[in-house]
Design a binder for this molecule. Structure first.
Ligand code: PLP
Length: 394
């Protein structure tokens, strides 16, 4: 590999770029996590996290990747043999399902086309058919990072209510939180699952579980074995008083800084920036798609994601070859296609600490990479992205 200079343009949909401010905030000696000084920092983070989740209920922090928050939701709420309903929308909903299966839960899947996402009416119909309310929970991924489809969490809540079903509503916000709107309380979400390494601009290694009062009450009767993930061990009333084991102190130092950055930009400002970057990326891909070139994987214009764009290459082309070319020639890192999309899709992450010129630089490299990898494509993608960015309202 030739020596590369300058910064790698890191366009993966997680982990994401870590701002220098966050790196500097973590560059300090450890603190005793039982000490007042650390507790004050965590208290500040707990307040900031609730604002990001848009909740006044509980948000718990664990040292773990997002898988931990998935597991925390399942083991605290379910008992062996419980039925859970999963709208199947991509690699991540399938992986969460697999985890639930390993815990002895009975899965009812509502399969959807991965390219067009969930239709709330189909979820409502399935819940209505469950007349004796055997379904304990609905497991929904807000932003399917594998497909670039952002699901309508509020509309699915309405579908659950319209069916008159008491199921708990569990939502994975791992690649939407801090990138585009999510409202735990207003949208009636019982458990919201989040991770540190996406919109929150932190290293991987910390995850979050938003817990509604209804979920907390339901957790009392659940009988799956739980130890590390047990919410009861961490809570004092509705407050996280303890960590499960050693607190991830440096990640918390970083979180304190990233929450400050979000507060300075405002959440609405963060969402507007992601919307501009998402729209510009899609404008670029639309130009590439002319004449049968690489196209948006998401075919539902109402559900396009502002944090990640999945791009499907033409039949016979290799998306992984393109990623290699972009990495080797231009020091640009792109996400690959997951499970059955491997080789068919590449993913441009545009979440977290990213601005217009960073995105344009990456799109330019991809456009050159398409030529070098011999993938036919329409011309003028980067110009289309520039036009989109110029006309975007600030
Ligand atoms: N859910 C979604 C939507 C994700 O994008 C990811 C990871 O990218 C996960 C769950 C799993 O999170 P982790 O890899 O941090 O365990």
């Amino acid at each position: 590999m030739p020596v590369q200079r300058g910064r790698m343009f890191f366009m993966n949909p997680g982990p994401t770029n870590i701002p220098d401010r966050v790196l500097r905030a973590m560059h300090r000696p450890a603190l005793d996590f039982a000490q007042k000084e650390f507790k004050a920092i965590y208290e500040e983070c707990a307040v900031g996290l609730k604002k990001v989740f848009k909740t006044e209920q509980i948000v718990l922090t664990y040292a773990a990747s997002g898988h931990g928050a998935w597991e925390s939701a399942v083991v605290n709420l379910c008992s062996p043999g419980d039925v859970v309903l999963v709208p199947e929308t991509g690699h991540f909903s399938a992986s969460w399902t697999q985890m639930a299966t390993h815990y002895g839960l009975v899965i009812e899947t509502v399969p959807f086309d991965w390219r067009s996402g969930v239709d709330p009416a189909a979820v409502e119909e399935r819940l209505r058919a469950d007349a004796d309310h055997r379904i304990r929970a609905v497991l929904q991924v807000h932003n399917e990072t594998s497909t670039g489809v952002a699901h309508p969490v509020a509309r699915i809540r309405k579908a659950i209510d319209a069916a008159g079903h008491p199921a708990l509503y569990l939502v994975d916000t791992i690649s939407s939180l801090g990138s585009f709107d999510f409202r735990m309380d207003e949208w009636g979400v019982d458990v919201a699952v989040g991770g540190s390494q996406k919109g929150l601009m932190l290293p991987p290694g910390m995850c979050f579980t938003g817990v509604s009062r209804k979920a907390l009450a339901a957790s009392q009767s659940a009988t799956l074995p739980r130890e590390y993930w047990d919410w009861r061990r961490m809570l004092d009333g509705e407050r996280q008083a303890r960590f499960a084991g050693t607190a991830p102190v440096h990640l918390i130092f970083g979180l304190q800084e990233s929450l400050k950055m979000i507060e300075e930009e405002t959440l609405d400002g963060v969402f507007a920036r992601h919307a501009r970057l998402g729209a510009a990326t899609r404008a670029c891909v639309a130009a590439w798609s002319e004449g049968g070139g690489p196209e948006l994987f998401c075919t539902n214009p109402d559900l396009v994601s502002n944090s990640v764009t999945a791009v499907q290459v033409p039949e016979g082309a290799d998306a992984n070859r393109l990623r290699e070319v972009c990495g080797e020639r231009f020091n640009v890192s792109l996400g690959g296609g997951l499970s059955r999309l491997n080789g068919r899709v590449f993913r441009i992450g545009h979440m977290g600490d990213l601005n217009e010129p960073m995105l344009l630089g990456a799109l330019t490299a991809v456009e050159m990479g398409l030529d070098l990898a011999g993938i036919p494509h329409g011309k003028g993608g980067v110009e289309a992205a520039m036009r989109s960015l110029k006309s975007a309202v600030h």
